[in-house]
Design a protein around this ligand. Structure first.
Ligand code: NAD
Length: 540
């Protein structure tokens, strides 16, 4: 036991590299990307520190190039998952008893490995496997993940472990922030390497053991993150990497008495299915499982007549089309007053038509491909519906010849509840409803009630009092709200992220609100002078 109370100063956010032409970071990333483009990585499951090859192999090609086979992954079957549960329970005995500074130091090392020797590899894998530009890869798989690792570690120490109850002169009270008894299942989405890398490690930081099911759409980058975590020093069995199909989890994971938490990010429908599955097994579990889910969105920009058009055009374009609109926070519906509409429309269309789309290896591209065939079919289905039932102002084209490419598409909807104003599309489609400037109240009601989601939203208004009013009217419509900024790009420790309504449990990734879900606090009272007489004075 060490005679110290650890101190950690608040870490700064990881600076974003610019990749400007001629910069050393650009050269180094381009070289690593070229090297990795010629590889096909075989990805095993990793259970209790051992590689497991089930032989049930799935091939993955780059979204922007069908001819590029980037990896082949082994699908975990029910037996492998069962072994992973056992391995996690074995690892729990030691890991759950390690002091905070040991767990923190492993995560801090992971942050440093990612900021240094692993940065190009994880960025290049994200570009290749998820079809992100260098900038989108950098803000996701490098900066945000480094921030999660450093800041979660700092938050655990300063905002959880050191938060203690009051004591009195004759008693000493404290809380032991125990890990959960059992294992946490981390199920991660394709769109952010940072989320995938954070969902297993946030519970592990708090002393838990984890099974991690990555998405088939981000297998390459997620595998490299797992290798990095091993190098950082997570002991075998603390995080088990088990890519699988959902069916295999039914008994081995959700039917296990040791299931104690779900850390999920993905679509609303899948989250609801899993929650019901766990509810059906409730009586089997040794402890009530913590259910944390960040899910879909139908994120809005609400425009007031006083909006600055230059800023609005940039926010709409970046908010809607970066990473092909495949961000849970992507702007996908706008409410614009008729007084501003003609000028705004013409400028936005002109800028959208300048967007270049293609392979992320060409650094001049602003957009790349959507993730896979299923996403392509889904998104183009909405584009076709818009062609039939609304007005496409620009875009509307798509092609799967080389990869899964969908043009940035702007739709004007006469019906404010048209399907593209209401449902999550998860692609580069922005729908606009033009409201009468003298009926802003009606437009605010529409914005608040048109979709079941409440993830992100923005208001553009140079009239600050009006921005405040609109923010109040839309208070429950978004968990992350922006004033004169795009609704994407939340930064760890600056804008803790998550939404309510159908968008999730709002446990705020990148904030202590999330970390407290992974502990089962034990209150301890020590009495220095326990009473020696059972009788009370009033009885005399
Ligand atoms: P998805 O729901 O299709 O998949 C998410 C994960 O769940 C994947 O690992 C997938 O394999 C797994 N899965 C699918 N069906 C399952 C089942 N029946 N049982 C158990 N697991 C199952 O989502 P996606 O396409 O990977 O990601 C896009 C979605 O994620 C969008 O809806 C987006 O809004 C949401 N998202 C939300 C946030 C947020 O913070 N709110 C962040 C990123 C993405």
């Amino acid at each position: 036991m060490l005679n110290t109370v650890f101190r950690r100063d608040e870490p700064a956010n990881e600076p974003v590299k610019a990749f400007a032409p001629g910069s050393p970071e650009r050269e180094s990333l381009a070289a690593r990307l070229a090297e990795m483009s010629n590889e096909t990585v075989e990805i095993p499951c990793i259970v209790g520190g051992e590689e497991v090859r089930t032989g049930d192999v799935v091939d993955v090609t780059a979204p922007h190039d069908h001819s590029k086979l980037i990896c082949r992954w082994h699908r975990a079957d029910a037996e492998t998952l069962h072994k992973a549960v056992q391995a996690s329970q074995e690892a729990w005995k030691d890991w759950s008893n390690q002091p905070p500074h040991v767990r923190m130091s492993v995560l801090e090392k992971a942050a440093n490995l990612l900021a240094g020797p692993w940065r190009d590899t994880v960025n290049a894998a994200t570009m290749l496997g998820q079809s992100k530009t260098c900038h989108q890869a950098e803000i996701d798989s490098a900066c945000e993940l480094i921030d999660f690792y450093r800041l979660n570690s700092w938050m655990a120490l300063t905002k959880i472990y050191t938060e203690q109850p009051t004591s009195t002169p004759d008693t000493w009270n404290y809380v032991d922030h125990r890990p959960l008894e059992g294992f946490v299942m981390a199920i991660t989405p394709f769109n952010f390497t940072s989320i995938a890398g954070n969902l297993p490690t946030a519970p592990a930081l708090m002393g838990n053991v984890v099974l991690w099911k990555p998405s088939k759409g981000s297998m390459l980058s997620n595998y490299y993150v797992m290798k990095l975590l091993e190098e950082a020093g997570f002991p075998p069995g603390v995080i088990n990497f088990v890519p699988n199909s959902p069916k295999a989890m039914a008994d081995s994971v959700f039917g296990s008495e040791h299931f104690s938490g779900l850390h999920f990010t993905g679509s609303t429908g899948v989250f609801q299915k899993i929650w019901l599955q766990t509810a059906e097994n409730l009586a089997k579990y040794r402890t009530y499982p913590r259910i944390v889910g960040e899910t879909g969105g139908k994120d809005f920009i609400f425009v007031h007549e006083s909006a600055d058009l230059d800023a609005l055009v940039v926010a709409a374009l970046r908010g809607a089309y970066e990473f092909q609109g495949q961000k849970c926070s992507a702007a996908s519906r706008m409410y614009v007053p008729d007084t501003l509409w003609p000028a705004f429309r013409d400028r936005l269309v002109a800028e959208i038509e300048k967007i270049k789309m293609g392979d992320p290896a060409d650094f001049s591209n602003f957009m790349c491909a959507v993730i896979d065939k299923w996403a392509y079919q889904d998104i183009t289905g909405y584009v076709d519906k818009a062609k039939a039932g609304a007005k496409i102002l620009t875009g509307g084209g798509y092609s799967d010849d080389q990869g899964w490419f969908v043009e940035p598409t702007l739709v004007e909807c006469e019906d404010p509840r048209f399907v593209t104003m209401e449902e999550e599309i998860f692609g580069p489609v922005l729908s606009v409803y033009v409201y009468k400037a003298d009926d802003m109240e009606g437009a605010l009601d529409l914005c608040d009630t048109t979709s079941p989601y409440a993830l992100t939203g923005a208001v553009f208004s140079q009239d600050r009092g009006m921005a405040e009013y609109i923010g109040k009217r839309l208070r429950q419509a978004a968990g992350n709200f922006y004033i004169n900024d795009k609704p994407t790009g939340a930064v760890v420790n600056q804008q803790p992220f998550g939404g309510a309504r159908a968008s999730g449990t709002d446990d705020k990734a990148g904030g202590p609100q999330n970390l407290v879900r992974w502990i089962a606090p034990r209150s301890v009272k020590e009495n220095f002078l326990p009473p020696k007489d059972w009788r009370y004075p009033f009885m005399d």
